[in-house]
Design a protein. Structure first.
Length: 377
């Protein structure tokens, strides 16, 4: 078996040595070298030819984000970010990194062990991933992004093509969704959409949501992500997408124009409460290897939702969500799987497709159109 060759890039000598020592104990991994900063990494990559990089996001001189923008167009290497709780991780994922691991809290007893377990798994996943070569974002060059405007007041049923606006100081513009005739109120009120994703899913989910209008049925989303990052991720989506997006809280009502993100380290389910459907978010054991788990979300929709249901499964390693999506389809849901060519990792959607859980496959860019055409019918 060929070992996965890893180059460790981190400006902290202590942290760098910790990573090297741990990875060197894994029989299927080989640490071929280390770099103390981005400039050092640029020199060593052609010589060492690693399969995967671990990359600290915040480094002096050339930071991880700018490094990725320079590296990936000519050296499309899978990169696993090693980051503190910081918004910059999402900029680095947007620049083409495959996944990220949160740096451990040394004051917490099992934090280091959890970190190394996650890092090892994500390096193994990254070695099989398809690296996205991103182009400069149209958002970053838009007039609204360059010159922040006052955000338009949010309403539950904003027009399908809102004017672009950005939140003060964030540099990200509200996107204008693709023009689409407003959905009838009865469709908005009688449908719940569930979406699940893992590796590569932060950008894939954004790609779907930013193409949807504000007047969309209520959405519930599980993205494999650590505690703390889910709130920042929801805020990022909310700044860019036409609908309202936020991290779910226990008891939140699912309603049109709102997308709820499962909080990290909690399982999220959909349940009936009187005339409404709400989310139940609580700490629990891992299911299908994850907390939050896509299977938990999809299974609850299949079991508890009596109105129209749509399930979307996107890029990710493993099979989380496949069984739950099959239950949704068996309960009458329309189901969409991301296709192989557009997945960073064609794992979860592949298993779902192979077991008959998927009604139709579509590229990441076309999932929104497939969904809207289904709702229109």
């Amino acid at each position: 078996m060929n070992k996965i060759k890893v180059l460790v890039v981190d400006d902290s000598a202590l942290f760098r040595q910790m990573i090297i020592q741990h990875l060197s104990t894994k029989p299927n991994l080989e640490v071929v070298g280390h770099a103390i900063n981005a400039y050092d990494a640029k020199q060593k990559i052609p010589q060492l030819k690693p399969d995967v990089l671990t990359l600290d996001v915040e480094m002096p001189g050339l930071n991880g984000i700018e490094f990725l923008k320079q590296l990936l167009p000519t050296n499309p290497l899978p990169v696993v970010l090693v980051s503190s709780l910081n918004l910059s991780v999402f900029d680095a994922l947007s620049a083409g990194a495959v996944d990220f691991v949160r740096k451990p809290d040394m004051s917490v007893s099992n934090s280091k062990e959890t970190f190394f377990t996650s890092l090892t798994l994500k390096i193994q996943t990254a070695a099989k991933a398809k690296v996205r070569i991103t182009q400069p974002s149209a958002l970053s060059s838009s007039p609204a992004a360059a010159s922040p405007a006052l955000a338009a007041p949010r309403t539950a049923y904003r027009a399908a093509t809102p004017s672009a606006a950005s939140s003060a100081g964030n540099g990200l513009a509200k996107t204008s969704a693709i023009p689409f005739p407003p959905l009838p109120r009865n469709v908005l009120d009688s449908t719940i959409i569930g979406l699940g994703a893992s590796t590569g899913g932060t950008e894939a989910t954004l790609e779907v949501l930013k193409r949807l209008p504000a007047n969309i049925p209520g959405m519930v989303i599980t993205q494999h992500m650590p505690e703390g990052f889910t709130e920042m991720y929801a805020q990022r989506l909310n700044r860019i997408c036409a609908m309202e997006v936020r991290e779910a809280k226990n008891g939140d009502v699912i309603r049109p124009g709102l997308a709820l993100i499962a909080p990290g380290a909690k399982q999220m389910e959909v349940i009936r409460s009187g005339r409404n459907y709400i989310v139940q978010c609580r700490a629990g054991a891992k299911v299908s290897g994850h907390c939050p788990s896509v299977d938990v979300l999809f299974t609850s929709i299949a079991k508890n939702v009596a109105i129209n249901k749509v399930g979307i499964i996107m890029t990710g390693m493993g099979r989380d969500g496949a069984d739950g999506l099959l239950k949704m389809r068996q309960a009458g849901a329309f189901t969409i799987g991301q296709d192989k060519d557009s997945c960073v990792v064609y794992g979860m959607p592949m298993v779902a497709f192979n077991i008959g859980a998927v009604c139709t496959q579509a590229s990441c860019e076309n999932i929104s159109s497939v969904l809207l055409n289904h709702l229109k019918k």
